[in-house]
Design a protein around this ligand. Structure first.
Ligand code: SF4
Length: 334
C-alpha cells in the first residue's frame, strides 16, 4: 500500500538578518491512508515547520525548502507553483491549528464561513451546501446545528470553535488532515472529546492524519506511528506501541518521563541548542544522561533498526532493555 505522503530528507530554513535557522534539517516520515502519524517534540524541535513545509504555509521568504522531497499521492509538492499548492491546500490537504479563534473570521457567522468552504470545493447549490453544513456541524458534535449556523465565533466556546474548524477542514473532503496542537488550548475533557472525534472521523472517511503535539499523553491516545523530533532532526520513529513499550532514544525516554505520574516534574533539564549553530555530533548530547565523548563528534548518528518492524533510532548508545513504560502508568496506546 503506497503511502499517501512521503517526506524525504526535508530541509527547511529561515533566512534572518542574524543568520540562517535550519529549522528542519533532514527529516523523513510517511503517512499512509487511514493512519495517524504524530510528530512529537519540545517547542523548537521543528515539528510545526515540518508540517507547514508540506503545503508551504510559511512566508517565503524568509522560509525556504532548501532540499528534500515531499510526495503527496504521487505529486511532488516541492515542484508545485503557488497556485497548485493553493488548490491542493484547499481541496486535498486540510489544516487544523491550535487557536481556532485566529482561523475563524470574527465578523462572519459560522454558517457563512462553512458555506463558503463547501462552495469553494464542491459544485453544489446553496441549499445543498447549507444542508451539508448542518450535517457537518452535527457530525462534529455540535447540537442544534441549524441554529448554530447563525452564531458568530465569539458566541462559541473554545471547544466548539475547534469543532467548527474540524468541520471546515472536512468540508473539502481531504485525503490528509494536518492538525497542529489542535487540543493544546482546550481543557482535558474537551481535549479527549476532540481526539475521539478525530479518530471517529478518520475511521469513517479513511483520511490520513498528521498530528503535531508536544504531549506524549495525546500521542498515546491518537497515534498509530510516532516520529520524535529534536532540534530539526528525527531521533526515533516507530509504531506507537514500539516507541512507548521500548523507547530506545534517551530523548524519547526523557519525554516519557515528563508524563504525569512519572518522575520528572520539571521537564527535561537544559534547553534546545541554538538553531543557528547546532552542535556537532548528536544534537541531544549536552542534555543526554547517557552521552559519551564520541557523541559530540561527527554527524548525527545514522538510523539503526531496533526491536519491531520500522522501529528506528538515531543514537550511538541506544538501549533496548525493558524500561518502565507509560502502559504501567495507565496511559494506553490505542
Ligand atoms: Fe545520547 Fe549519545 Fe545517544 Fe546522542 S548519541 S542520544 S548523546 S547516547
Amino acid at each position: 500500500d503506497d503511502p499517501l505522503l512521503t517526506v524525504e530528507n526535508l530541509h527547511t530554513s529561515f533566512h534572518t538578518d542574524d543568520g540562517t535557522v535550519n529549522a528542519v534539517d533532514g527529516v523523513d516520515f510517511t503517512v499512509r491512508r487511514g493512519e495517524t502519524v504524530c510528530l512529537v517534540g519540545e517547542s523548537g524541535s521543528g515539528k510545526t515547520v515540518a508540517c507547514e513545509s508540506i503545503t508551504q504555509l510559511f512566508k517565503r521568504p524568509p522560509g525556504e525548502i532548501t532540499a528534500g522531497s515531499i510526495v503527496f499521492d504521487g505529486i511532488e509538492l516541492t515542484n508545485c507553483s503557488e497556485r497548485e499548492l493553493t488548490d491542493i491546500r484547499g481541496a486535498r490537504i486540510s489544516h487544523v491549528f491550535q487557536n481556532p479563534q485566529n482561523a475563524l473570521n470574527p465578523v462572519y457567522t459560522i454558517g457563512w464561513q462553512l458555506l463558503e468552504a463547501i462552495e469553494l470545493h464542491q459544485d453544489v447549490s446553496r441549499a445543498a451546501a447549507r444542508a451539508e453544513a448542518v450535517e457537518l456541524l452535527d457530525r462534529v458534535g455540535i447540537s442544534e446545528a441549524s441554529d448554530r449556523l447563525e452564531a458568530y465565533p465569539h458566541e462559541l466556546s473554545g471547544g466548539m470553535k475547534q469543532r467548527v474548524m474540524i468541520a471546515m477542514a472536512l468540508a473539502c473532503q481531504p485525503d490528509l488532515l494536518i492538525a497542529d496542537e489542535p487540543t493544546t488550548a482546550l481543557d482535558v475533557t474537551i481535549q479527549a472529546q476532540i481526539l475521539r472525534l478525530l479518530k471517529d472521523l478518520q475511521a469513517e472517511y479513511g483520511i490520513g492524519i498528521l498530528f503535531v503535539t508536544h504531549d506524549l499523553g495525546v500521542v498515546a491516545e491518537i497515534a498509530d506511528r510516532v516520529v520524535v523530533l529534536y532540534a530539526g532532526k528525527v531521533m526515533e520513529r516507530g509504531t506507537v506501541y514500539d516507541v512507548f513499550e521500548t523507547p530506545c532514544h534517551p530523548y524519547t525516554r526523557a519525554l516519557l518521563d515528563c508524563l504525569p505520574g512519572r518522575g520528572s516534574l520539571g521537564g527535561i533539564p537544559g534547553s534546545l541548542p541554538d538553531p543557528m549553530a547546532p552542535p556537532a555530533g548528536c544534537r541531544f548530547h549536552d542534555r543526554c544522561p547517557d552521552a559519551v565523548p564520541d557523541c559530540s563528534t561527527g554527524d548525527q548518528p545514522a538510523f539503526e533498526s531496533v526491536v519491531g518492524e520500522d522501529h528506528e533510532v538515531s543514537c550511538l548508545h541506544y538501549r533496548t532493555a525493558a524500561e518502565p513504560t507509560v502502559l504501567e502508568s495507565g496511559v494506553e496506546p490505542r
